[in-house]
Design a protein around this ligand. Structure first.
Ligand code: URA
Length: 444
């Protein structure tokens, strides 16, 4: 195989056979194809696209480049949730213990925050002692003992994707639907799942803001799952404003803990339930969506879900006391209110600007090896559509020092737009996509 011939073919609108995808992917992972050739090839893929068979072949090649969990002997359904990411999205921290407490194994593999979006691993690591770098053997042991492991992509899983994703990040070739779908599914399929639920964010703060592209991504992931006997259901959900109130790693853990006790913000709780219903239905352990919802409400109401989070934290080396006393989380030195500069409607709370504000405070990263300060961020109580009076508190800024408070204030001045009228925000959950097609979701 000559990489140059494959680059030329893709550049000219041709296609590769499955064996060629496998050979190119494995040769690149082994270091036999240089980055400059793979970068040119990825750009040709980005511009020309991949057909269904090519997307499946690339997924298979990346999946086959590493190890997989083998979980069938657990004897219970195995379901994960993946989110395309956003600002304030701490659903995984609530959903994983909640669903595991109901008898479904949740092998949740998550990522780190990059750019304006946060990442579940950074949030978890704000819990003192919490270790996300479990080996596959450790993850399996924990799944067998307590039904949940919250881990990062290990070096054993889809190494080809890890290398290709880093190159795509550096060459502006991330936002291609076949490349995204194959990248996500190569990791999810390595978890040996019996079902996957995907939260596809839409709106100005999402990775793919346009609805048509979100639906296309959902359909592509559903097809890739079906090829491997793993049913996939996607919900398209709002990211035109942050989810919940807390934005920033430790602040989000605290909010997730309140939500596990039934005291979280309504949008976070509703989205958790909507995704949880799909996870329990796909697991086949409930009779209906109503039954699923009742069981989740009970697990939260009785404290069972919060206790399960405590068990997971303890198993992964973290301080389980955080569930009873979130004050053990890292605390920012400075904390100050941000008040409304005028009266009017809150027209927008722009997630990208909030996310960039967190990076400016030191709580996010632009490069994968940047260090994050877990204590900083915002708690934004103003919601789009609210009427506010001048001087009314809209948010709290958590910063390292006075300069940070000023940086945070500048970010919020841009992010929170107050005007005489406000368009309605996007529905929290707008579409449900499954192998039966796309349905509109009423009333959320
Ligand atoms: N997340 C992934 O894991 N891969 C992509 O390509 C994009 C987002």
């Amino acid at each position: 195989m000559l990489a140059q011939r494959l680059i030329e073919r893709k550049r000219d609108g041709g296609r590769l056979e499955p064996g060629e995808w496998r050979a190119l992917t494995l040769a690149y992972t082994a270091g036999h194809v240089p980055d400059y050739q793979m970068a040119a090839f990825l750009m040709a893929c980005f511009i020309r696209g991949l057909d269904r068979e090519e997307t499946a072949a690339l997924t298979e090649a990346m999946l086959g480049s590493g190890d997989r969990l083998t979980l069938a002997d657990l004897g219970v359904p195995r379901v994960d949730k993946h989110s395309t990411g956003g600002v304030g999205d701490k659903v995984s921290l609530v959903l994983a213990p909640l669903i595991a407490s109901l008898g479904v194994a949740v092998p949740m593999m998550s990522g780190r925050g990059l750019g304006h979006t946060g990442g579940t691993l950074d949030k978890l690591e704000s819990i003192p002692g919490f270790r996300t770098s479990l080996t596959l053997t450790e993850a399996k042991g924990q799944l067998s003992a307590i039904g949940c492991a919250l881990i990062g992509q290990t070096t054993e899983i889809a190494p080809a994707d890890r290398k290709l994703y880093a190159l795509r990040d550096a060459t502006s070739t991330v936002e291609s639907i076949p490349l995204i779908a194959s990248s996500i599914m190569s990791k999810k399929l390595a978890e040996d799942l019996t079902g996957l639920v995907v939260d596809i964010k839409r709106g100005s703060g999402s990775f793919l803001p346009q609805l048509e592209r979100d639906l296309e991504l959902a359909e592509s992931m559903i097809r890739l799952g079906a090829d491997h006997g793993c049913p996939v259901v996607a919900l398209v959900t709002a990211m035109d404003r942050p989810l919940g109130r807390a934005c920033g790693n430790a602040l989000e853990v605290e909010e997730a803990i309140h939500t596990l006790k039934g005291e979280g913000p309504p949008d976070l709780l509703e989205l958790t339930y909507a995704l949880g219903v799909e996870m329990l239905l796909i697991a086949g352990i409930v009779e209906s969506a109503d039954d699923a919802r009742r069981r989740m409400e009970k697990a939260i109401g009785t404290g069972k879900a919060a206790e399960h989070f405590q068990k997971i934290i303890e198993a992964q080396g973290g301080n389980p006391g955080v569930v009873d006393d979130p004050a053990v989380l890292p605390q920012a030195d400075e904390c100050e209110l941000f008040n409304a500069p005028r009266r009017g409607f809150v027209a927008r709370v722009e997630p990208r600007t909030v996310g960039r504000g967190i990076i400016a405070l030191g709580g996010g990263r632009m490069k994968l090896d940047d260090r994050v300060d877990p204590s900083v961020g915002f708690v934004i109580t103003a919601r789009p559509g609210d009427w506010v009076e001048q001087g009314e508190p809209l948010a709290t800024i958590f910063a390292r020092d006075r300069t940070g408070v000023e940086t945070g204030r500048q970010a919020l001045r841009q992010a929170v737009v107050i005007s005489d009228e406000a368009d309605p925000p996007l529905p929290l959950v707008s579409h449900r996509v499954s192998n039966a097609g796309v349905e509109l979701v009423p009333g959320l």
